[in-house]
Design a protein around this ligand. Sequence first.
Ligand SMILES: CC(C)(COP(=O)(O)OP(=O)(O)OC[C@H]1O[C@@H](n2cnc3c(N)ncnc32)[C@H](O)[C@@H]1OP(=O)(O)O)[C@@H](O)C(=O)NCCC(=O)NCCS
Length: 196
Amino acid sequence: MVADATHYGFAQLICDEMAASAQARGTGIARRSPDYIVEKMHEGKAVIAFDDQGFWAGFCYVESWSHGQYVANSGLIVAPPYRKYGLARLIKKRVFELSRELFPQAKIFGLTTGLAVMKINSDLGYEPVTYSELTQDEAFWKGCQSCINYPILLSKERKNCLCTAMLFEPPVVAAAGPAGIAAEAPESMCLSTENL
Ligand SMILES: CC(C)(COP(=O)(O)OP(=O)(O)OC[C@H]1O[C@@H](n2cnc3c(N)ncnc32)[C@H](O)[C@@H]1OP(=O)(O)O)[C@@H](O)C(=O)NCCC(=O)NCCS
């Protein structure tokens, strides 16, 4: 479900599990504060999952960058007892739909070292890309500063790091002609959202 004010109390637990999971995997992660998680819930940009007894089971949120041209689905976490049952797939699907509802024109991207996330993203229509295709918004890359691999990102001049970048590009809708019929673009013409 989309998280709201009734879920603020879970922010600390979510942050703790994110940090513990990253440590257990020995991988880098951009650290999030409970306040940041609460902010995402407050904005209606977070998806939270519970089991049928009300125990917290998973979480993910939407971030927008470059003035809404790009969206990232970040902070995916499934509580250990609920892993390998398809929950991450369900959460990612919901957060993807939420991103499309909130930012229909935006490109959706993710950075991950995890095979599970790569599989899920591929099935949602993401494709692997180089970092040059991602947002160049400084505020996004600042989030990587808290990752243990940040020196690697810097040494590669932000062109590469240990995470795989994946991108979903929204379908381009052709502009309607005078009779309300979608204009047909010549094959050589590249349509952009600026034409909409
Ligand atoms: C990664 C994580 C979110 C997966 O959650 P999950 O609910 O177990 O995932 P699902 O059951 O929906 O599995 C989705 C797919 O990934 C695969 N998968 C799940 N965990 C995996 C793992 N550790 N390694 C490789 N593949 C994995 C599943 O087999 C499934 O693939 P399939 O449908 O082709 O069989 C969960 O393990 C987690 O929270 N880990 C710690 C935090 C983390 O790594 N977050 C991602 C940061 S980018």
